[in-house]
Design a protein around this ligand. Structure first.
Ligand code: ITT
Length: 204
C-alpha cells in the first residue's frame, strides 16, 4: 500500500500545486515535501526528455528517503522556437535565471511573431518511483499560445505569458482550481493518482 508520498521538487510553487492537486483528488496519503526529509544532493537534470528527468528526480528521492517518491519535470514548448525551451525551460536565460528573466527572454525571442504563430504548450512528466524499484511515468500537456506581455499575478513561472487554448486571459489570471482543471500538471497528476489507487487495490 502506498500510504506516504514524497513530492520531490525544490520549486515551492510547483510543490504547492502538486500538494493541492493530490489533496483535491481525494487520495488518502500523507504528503511530504523535501523540507520534511533529510536533505540530499539534487541530481543534475541531464536527460533529454521530461520523462527521463522526472524519473531521475523520483529515483533519487526514493533512494534517499526509502519512501515512495513523486517527481514532476515540466516545461514550455514554443512551436516557432522549434519546441524550445523544452527540458531547458527552468534555465533558459542562464543557470541561475529568475522566472522573470526567463519570461522576458522568451517574449523577446518571439517579439515579431504574429498571434497565429505564437502557439506553445506546457508539458509535464510525472514519475512515481517506489523503494522496491517499481517505476511508472505519465505525461500530459496544456496547449495554448504566448501572450504579448506579462499579465496576472497567480500561478508561477511562465504563467503570466501563457494563454491556454479556449481562454482569453493568461494562466496567471486563472484561479488555482481553474488552472488545475486544464493544466499539464493537473491532468498528469490525476492520472497518476488513478494509477496509485489501482496499485493499492491490487495489494488489498
Ligand atoms: P524541480 O526540478 O526541483 O521540480 P524546477 O523549477 O527546476 O523544480 P523543472 O526543472 O521541471 O522544475 O522546470 C520547470 C520549468 O517550467 C520552470 O521554469 C517552470 O517555471 C516552468 N513551468 C512548469 N510548469 C509550469 C506552470 O504550470 N506554469 C508556469 N511555468 C511552469
Amino acid at each position: 500500500m502506498i500510504r506516504t508520498l514524497v513530492l520531490a521538487t525544490h520549486n515551492a510553487k510547483k510543490l504547492a500545486e502538486l500538494r493541492r492537486i493530490v489533496a483535491n483528488s481525494g487520495l488518502t496519503v500523507a504528503v511530504l515535501g523535501l523540507d520534511d526529509v533529510e536533505p540530499y544532493p539534487e541530481p543534475p537534470e541531464t536527460e533529454r526528455t521530461f520523462e527521463g528527468n522526472a524519473l531521475l528526480k523520483a529515483r533519487t528521492a526514493a533512494a534517499h528517503t526509502g519512501l515512495p517518491a513523486l517527481a514532476d519535470d515540466s516545461g514550455l514548448e514554443v512551436d516557432v522556437l522549434n519546441r524550445m525551451p523544452g527540458v531547458r525551460t527552468a534555465r533558459w536565460a542562464g543557470p541561475a535565471a529568475s522566472d522573470e528573466e526567463n519570461r522576458r527572454l522568451v517574449l523577446a525571442q518571439v517579439h515579431d511573431v504574429p498571434d497565429a504563430d505564437r502557439t506553445a504548450r506546457f508539458v509535464a512528466a510525472v514519475a512515481l518511483v517506489l523503494p522496491n524499484g517499481y517505476e511508472h511515468v505519465v505525461g500530459d500537456t496544456m496547449e495554448g499560445r504566448l501572450a504579448r506581455e506579462e499579465v496576472g499575478e497567480n500561478g508561477f513561472g511562465y504563467d503570466p505569458i501563457f494563454i491556454a487554448e479556449g481562454n482569453d486571459v493568461t494562466n496567471a489570471q486563472l484561479t488555482s482550481d481553474a488552472k488545475d482543471a486544464i493544466s499539464h500538471r493537473g491532468k498528469a497528476v490525476r492520472a497518476m493518482v488513478a494509477h496509485i489507487r489501482e496499485l493499492n487495490e491490487e495489494q488489498r
